[in-house]
Design a protein around this ligand. Structure first.
Ligand SMILES: *Cc1c(COP(=O)(O)O)cnc(C)c1O
Length: 411
């Protein structure tokens, strides 16, 4: 894959937007901690406020550290511009507050990150913004429902926690005919595996806490799209509505993480393919949802819009809700934790954890079964990951009607 200036992703992840020469040869960019920036004169300060020069003003409006990160992220997402924030929710809320007003409608997919769902369903409603949840895996559902009132269509792909995909290009074909923006949460794929903007989306948002940071040591996010949209979100949604500004220290950690994104991601994907194959043939598993499996219902779409299948898997056990939780509890090396994209393999039970605020009916309506497990496949040795899954299955399910399935672990 080539970026606009014809360098490859791996090169841009390491070099884009930074020249050591301009920083006394420092290989690693300096961290700017300054909260405010001094002007030569009132006139220069006044011009900065009017946008007539590009002098930094105050760190909530941007800093040299943040700007370097944003230029690199824009390059990786093949966007005109990007805006970095203190969290993924900081990016999502700053963007959405900037794009809708009372009386507008947002159409969102049924399956969403829990806090995004909460923001849309409970946060925005009292402000007179209508939010409709539809199954956007079928673009016809959007075509039937969209009107001139619809100002934003929002989806993840693959979706959290159940790995459903939406066809970004097909949704963009529909929103394009309206004064309506298409916004895609690309956290699961990262820009290395999928670029929603090149498929027709107007905005892309990320939790950089996950694969981009990659080491579980920071919270950050970003939104990318056109320069006018980013300017508006920066000077309204971020500056005035959320104030969720990223610190220079987190910029440094994130730039470090991004340098190895492509290397880590290749191994996440390689391990996930093997874990998915193991789960699919296990008699304790009813369904395995992984875009890399031949049996994945949306396999053709995955091949069309994702470069690789990613590191996330969802699976349903042949078990009830309590047994599903017991399986997670029986794991020894794999950690029971939310978040994803870290070196450590992380597993969780959405019905009990990330989506536990949903009623039984809401879980069903949002396609989250009580026996669904979400796993973020880490960078440990594949044999150790599968050995742990295997011992947990045996310890929970042997003696419950299942017998040892005689599985051999790959060498
Ligand atoms: C984690 C996550 C978010 C929220 O990001 P934070 O950095 O935790 O604020 C949004 N969307 C998805 C898909 C996520 O996984």
């Amino acid at each position: 894959m080539k970026n606009t200036d014809q360098r490859h992703f791996a090169t841009q992840a390491i070099h884009a937007g930074y020249q050591p020469r301009a920083h006394q040869g420092a290989l690693t960019p300096p961290i700017y901690t300054s909260s405010t920036y001094a002007f030569d004169s009132v006139r220069q300060g006044g011009e900065a406020f009017q946008g007539e020069n590009d002098h930094f003003i105050y760190a909530r409006l941007g800093s040299p550290s943040q700007q370097l990160l944003e230029n690199r992220l824009a390059e990786l997402e093949q966007a005109e511009a990007a805006l970095a924030t203190a969290s993924g929710m900081g990016a999502i809320t700053a963007a959405i507050w900037s794009l809708v007003k009372p009386g507008d409608e947002i159409i969102a997919d049924l399956s969403l990150y829990g806090c995004t769902f909460s923001f849309l369903a409970h946060g925005l409603k009292p402000f007179g913004i209508e939010v409709t949840f539809l199954n956007l895996s079928d673009p016809a559902n959007l075509a039937r429902h969209i009107t001139n009132k619809t100002k934003l269509v929002y989806s993840e792909t693959p979706s959290n926690p159940n790995m459903r995909l939406v066809d970004i290009a097909a949704l963009a074909d529909i929103t394009r005919a309206y004064d309506c923006k298409l916004m895609i949460d690309n956290t699961y794929c990262t820009p290395y595996l999928q670029n929603p903007l090149t498929l027709g989306a107007d905005l892309v948002v990320h939790s950089a806490t996950k694969y981009l940071g990659g080491h579980g040591d920071l919270i950050a996010g970003f939104v990318a799209g056109t320069k006018p949209d980013m300017d508006h979100i920066r000077m309204f949604g971020l500056k005035d509505m959320t104030g969720a500004v990223i610190s220079g220290f987190d910029v440094a950690l994130l730039l470090r993480g991004i340098k190895t994104l492509h290397v880590r991601m290749d191994r996440h994907v390689e391990n996930a393919h093997q874990v998915a194959a193991y789960l699919e043939q296990s008699k304790y598993v009813k369904n395995t949802f992984y875009p890399g499996l031949q049996t994945f219902a949306q396999r053709q779409l995955a091949d069309r819009q994702m470069r690789q299948a990613g590191g996330m898997i969802a699976f349903e056990l042949n078990a009830d809700r309590a047994q599903s939780a017991a399986f997670v509890d029986a794991l020894q090396m794999i950690l029971c934790a939310v978040s994803l994209g870290d070196a450590e393999t992380l597993i969780q039970h959405p019905a009990s954890m990330t989506h536990s605020t949903y009623s039984e009916e809401e879980l069903l309506a949002h396609l989250i079964s009580p026996n669904l497990i979400r796993i973020s496949v880490g960078l440990e040795h594949i044999d150790d990951i599968i050995t742990d899954l295997d011992q947990a299955f045996e310890s929970v399910f042997s003696g419950t009607g299942f017998s040892n399935n005689g599985l051999s672990i790959s060498a």
